[in-house]
Design a protein around this ligand. Structure first.
Ligand SMILES: NC(=O)c1ccc[n+]([C@@H]2O[C@H](COP(=O)([O-])OP(=O)(O)OC[C@H]3O[C@@H](n4cnc5c(N)ncnc54)[C@H](O)[C@@H]3O)[C@@H](O)[C@H]2O)c1
Length: 264
């Protein structure tokens, strides 16, 4: 990435930056050197977030993205320390794993609050800062679950990610006049702590076999797409979603090994 939509200096905030996809985004953006002046890591996990920020020479701010007051305080702290904001990556997210009959109201609310409301609250706070410097770019980490059934989460997770895609389109429309672009990345199966918590090693191996490109997505693959959407190469992209799924969506449920075997 060379510069964001605005000229340097650029400040980019990443939520969910203590682990997985958010951490990979923070590492990649911090590695952009002088072109991204500051990366601000935000997470509710203060220990892991502060440790990674120290390693990257970046700023860490604790936040619970589902809590409006916490988000306001976090972006006020960012403003006080950086004075501007040019990019936001909404990567904080959780999943739940219940069938409908066992899905509690609390679990539904928490997943929707973190994944969907959290993206809105952070975008709202970020947009107020971005407008001051003439624009910016937001990238929401949605999921192919927003387009199909989640392979590891449940209907709350799928609904939240479909909501993130709708939110992305509407925010892109509404914020275009402020020169704020809003896009989404839809990762497929991505090997992060979230997956290691929810799938057995055997299931992890089985998932790789249904990815047409033959392996799990890595968090760095998603970070590369995020950097593109933040950067000047995507200057006329807004309201889009970029699938980073190794071909899972195009396989349309077709067992890939069977498809190939039948043609050999
Ligand atoms: N791993 C996958 O296969 C996959 C696929 C598609 C989409 N996604 C999405 O990518 C994003 C990142 O997922 P991941 O796999 O890196 O997960 P992860 O669990 O490895 O990391 C998520 C991070 O978000 C933080 N977080 C959770 N709730 C928070 C809150 N309320 N406030 C602030 N921070 C919070 C956690 O502390 C953690 O550091 C999520 O939105 C997830 O839904 C993941």
């Amino acid at each position: 990435m060379q510069t964001l939509i605005n000229p340097s200096p650029s400040v980019v905030a990443v939520t969910g930056a203590a682990a997985g996809i958010g951490a990979a985004c923070a590492r990649l953006l911090a590695g952009q050197g002088a072109r991204v002046v500051r990366v601000v890591l935000m997470d509710r996990d203060a220990d892991a977030g502060a440790q990674l920020a120290q390693e990257l020479g970046a700023l860490f701010i604790a936040v619970d993205v589902a809590d409006g007051a916490s988000v306001q305080a976090a972006f006020a702290a960012l403003d006080a320390q950086c004075g501007r904001l040019d990019g936001l990556v909404n990567s904080a997210g959780i999943e739940s794993r219940a069938l409908l009959d066992q899905l509690s109201e609390a679990a539904w609310d928490r997943v929707l609050d973190v994944n969907l409301k959290g993206s809105m609250l952070c975008t709202q706070a970020a947009a107020r800062l971005m407008r001051r410097s003439g624009g910016g770019a937001v990238v929401n980490i949605a999921s192919i679950a927003g387009k199909r059934i989640s392979y590891s989460g449940d209907m709350a997770y799928t609904a939240s990610k479909a909501g993130v895609l709708g939110f992305t389109r509407h925010a892109a429309f509404e914020l275009a006049a402020d020169h704020i672009r809003v896009n989404a990345v839809c990762p497929g199966p991505t090997l992060t702590p979230m997956i290691h918590r929810s799938l057995t090693p055997a299931r992890i191996d089985a998932v790789a076999a249904v990815v047409p490109l033959g392996r799990w997505v890595q968090a760095e693959d998603v970070a590369n797409a995020v950097a593109f959407l933040l950067g000047p190469g995507a200057a006329m992209c807004t309201g889009t979603s970029l699938d980073v799924d190794g071909g899972v969506l195009v396989s349309n449920g077709t067992p890939y090994a069977d498809y190939v075997a039948a043609r050999q």
